[in-house]
Design a protein around this ligand. Structure first.
Ligand code: ADP
Ligand code: ZN
Ligand code: ZN
Length: 742
């Protein structure tokens, strides 16, 4: 056996993570090391033994082999916080593809680039009399500053440092000299910041309903029996899911363990936070993208030292270094923001399961519209399903109508508003009630459809929508299939075949033509560049400063407007044609949420869904708020086409400065790694990515489908090996079970 060398990181809390040191692997340790293994190595001039972690293994020595030191040993396996984090990083690297360094940077607490609020005080070590005599001496010597400090010290035995240097104008040197003389000592205590301060009155606990009780009890008794599982809580907004989380967490904390609560950043509202603070006081803390690195670091320290029991935050809160997590709650588990967009492109749901495995914790997923993944696994018996059916806050679900826009056209209405929606808008304006118009633009990628018959141009191989590209070409983003854009609809021969181009601005203009004097607010990417403008629009609408709120998908989440009694969905099928296999799922989620915006208060609500595909199951079931019905049809499609969650899919992206080089590498790589697996693996592409070029970097992508996730990991590993061997200038990224087309 040849020589083996290991790259070792000796101090994972150090800034220079990107500089591992190479060591020789002694014969007796060969075969015992893998990436992530904890090792003892001699370090520095004194060869001090230090603990480190293996981040790379290879047969090439990068330094003078004569001067290379050897790994000393493997320390006994502990389950310290640090070991667990490194194990988690190794798991991320393996399952999602990235370097070990990228994975470590993902899981480790933010570096302290900002110092914490260090609180230093001077403590008197002498008696008052002794200090007074020193004071007399320094007054005689005309040591003005020193005298000032001594007088102060004589009066109070403990002085905050910033006082001394600030108000008293005493230099650090003077303080030091008194410290050396044994007059005082400097005491430093870290004050860890809690970024949220809310004055709270303890909340009165609610008596759980029988359905809530059943869910909470099942989770808790499994934890107590030492076999914590994964649970899916399916219930519409207002059905009491959060109350169940609170009950479980309270009991977990009582048992001396900690809880992680994942919430999509957009849903991290004051209303949600306050409920946690009312329950857990300052034992709860929050993590979000607005925190400074120093504040994030402080959160981690507090978690590690047992200063908090509960952390709430987006997906990165999973990496809070708690000593003993008892439960991980993931609210709105279907949200696509749970998937990381940079390497390692991990999904918080799968990662939560791994964190839970490392801690022996339970995972509770909650959603009104569960992801196909979660519901499928619940059906397969891997997760336990609990359903909460009633809305506890009262308020009926809105009455929903689907309007066939093909018929509107046939009957001479060429406006973007159907006659029914115009009628209901007029009615609300007359009554002084508010309306929301939702333009479903999500995933809009230039698809082409017929306004006369609803026909959508699709790829014959992948059953996803084709998108219009330069020069009137229609292109499939999975397999690269293309055909010319037709001028007449291939199904009905109508000339109304084109892309949909209306934006929120046009909708506002049309609305003002139709109803002069109507007060509108518009919310989309353009009007909400800053976080403030977003809040301003929301509160203006809540204060009834407008009759109609027009917006894209950002208006359907989270906010309650009790006076809204009408929701109009324009172009429901835009997101149906997003060109990827999740289009139906996303449409169902968006439509369900949008429709649910109406009638949250005491007045009953109505909703109108305008579409060119009124018979599409995602539209039909969303209108009926029927998740089960939707799931049954959607899972059939996934099964038939071999898409996740029935099968798994790996996207491999190639980035290249040269169009030719990128295309060539994508072809070569796909051939060398995914071919030869026979029927276990299906290769799609390579093809140019949906955005073919950004900043002069060409992008290519190929997809590999397999029923076994492990097979895809093997393909990824093989690709990494080949890339190392070939030493190509292009870069490559992996995306397992991608959320979007690439
Ligand atoms: P979800 O998280 O599903 O949206 P919540 O837990 O926020 O639902 O509950 C919705 C509302 O109902 C909240 O105002 C909550 O305080 C109230 N609520 C929840 N459970 C109960 C209960 N068992 N008894 C009375 N009120 C409840
Ligand atoms: Zn047609
Ligand atoms: Zn295709």
């Amino acid at each position: 056996m040849g020589e083996l060398y290991a790259d070792v990181i000796v101090d994972i809390t150090h800034e220079k993570l990107d500089r591992p040191f190479q060591y020789r692997v002694p014969e007796r340790l060969k075969g015992k090391l893998e990436i992530g293994t904890c090792v003892t190595v001699p370090f520095g001039n004194g060869n001090k033994p230090l603990q480190g972690y293996v981040v790379g293994l290879g047969e090439v020595c990068k330094f003078d082999p004569g001067r290379l030191k050897s790994i000393l040993d493997l320390p006994g396996k502990g389950v310290g916080v640090e070991e667990r984090m490194v194990a988690l990083a190794a798991w991320l690297r393996k399952n999602y593809g990235s370097t070990m360094i990228q994975a470590l940077k993902t899981v480790l607490p933010a570096k302290r680039s900002v110092r914490g609020l260090e609180h230093r005080t001077l403590e008197r070590l002498m008696t008052r009399e002794e200090v007074l005599s020193l004071l007399g001496e320094s007054q005689r010597k005309k040591q003005v500053a020193k005298a000032r400090l001594l007088r102060e010290l004589a009066d109070q035995p403990c002085i905050p440092c910033e006082w001394v240097t600030g108000r008293l104008g005493v230099s650090a040197q003077t303080v030091k000299s008194l410290e050396r003389a044994g007059v005082l000592r400097i005491v430093s205590r870290e004050q860890l910041r809690n970024p949220v301060r809310i004055e709270t009155a303890a909340e009165s606990k609610k008596e759980l309903s029988p359905a809530q009780r059943a869910a909470a009890d099942a989770v808790l008794s499994d934890i107590d029996a030492g076999r914590p599982g994964t649970y899916l809580l399916h219930g519409i907004t207002g059905s009491g899911k959060t109350e169940v989380y609170l009950e479980i967490i309270e009991n977990v904390v009582r048992r001396g363990r900690q809880a992680v609560v994942l919430i999509p950043e957009i849903a991290l509202t004051y209303q949600t936070l306050i409920r946690f603070y009312r329950r857990f006081g300052d034992r709860v803390s929050v993590m979000n993208s607005m925190l400074s690195p120093g504040e994030k670091y402080d959160q981690c320290q507090r978690a590690k030292q047992g200063g908090i029991d509960v952390i709430i935050g987006p997906r990165s809160a999973l990496f809070t270094p708690f000593p003993n997590i008892g439960v991980i709650v993931m609210d709105e588990e279907h949200e696509s923001s749970y998937k990381s967009e940079s390497a390692p492109k991990y999904h918080a749901r799968e990662t939560a399961l791994e964190v839970a495995r490392l801690h022996g914790a339970a995972v509770v997923l909650g959603s009104a519209t569960p992801s196909l993944e979660a519901y499928y696994r619940a059906e397969q018996g891997q997760y336990r399903l609990f359903t909460l059916k009633e809305r506890l806050t009262g308020g009926e679900l809105p009455k929903t109508e689907i309007v066939d826009m093909r018929r509107e056209l046939k009957e001479g209405n060429r406006s973007i508003f159907s006659r029914r929606l115009q009628e209901l808008l007029a009615d609300r304006l007359a009554k002084g009630e508010q309306s929301i118009l939702f333009l479903n633009r999500r995933g809009y990628a230039g698809f082409v459809s017929c306004r006369a018959c609803g026909h959508v141009m699709k790829c014959p191989h992948c059953d996803v929508s084709l998108s219009e590209h330069r020069g009137g070409k229609l292109l499939c983003h999975y397999c690269g299939y293309s055909e010319p854009k037709p001028s007449l609809c291939p199904k009905c021969g109508s000339k109304y075949i084109s892309g949909f181009r209306a934006g929120t601005q046009q909708i506002e203009e049309r609305l003002k033509e139709m109803f002069p004097g109507v007060r509108c607010l518009r919310m989309d990417g353009d009007t909400t560049r800053t976080k403030d403008s977003y809040q301003q629009i929301l509160s203006a609408f809540a204060n009834r400063e407008a009759d109609v709120l027009i917006g894209t998908q950002m208006i359907v989440k989270g906010h309650d407007f009790p006076r809204v009694t009408l929701v109009g969905v324009l172009a429901a099928d835009l997101s149906l044609s997003a060109g990827d296999y999740r289009a139906g799922e996303r449409t169902f989620q968006l439509l369900t949420q949008a429709v649910g915006r109406a009638g949250r208060g005491t007045l009953p609500g109505e909703a109108v869904i305008q579409t060119y595909q009124p018979e599409h199951y995602a539209v039909v079931h969303a209108a009926a708020q029927d998740y089960e019905g939707f799931y049954r049809e959607e899972i059939l499609y996934r099964e038939m086409m071999g898409y996740p969650p029935v099968s798994h899919m790996l996207a491999v992206q190639v980035f290249s400065g040269s169009e030719e080089g990128g295309a060539q590498l994508a072809k070569l790589l796909s051939h060398e790694t995914a071919a030869g697996w026979g029927r276990d693996v299906c290769l799609i592409g390579p093809a140019p990515a949906s955005i073919e070029k950004i900043n002069d970097i060409f992008r290519f992508v190929f997809y590999v489908k397999s029923a076994e996730y492990d097979t895809l990991i093997k393909i990824k590993d093989e690709a990494e090996r080949k890339l190392k061997e070939w030493q190509r200038p292009e870069s490559v990224q992996f995306d397992f079970d991608p959320m979007n087309i690439l």
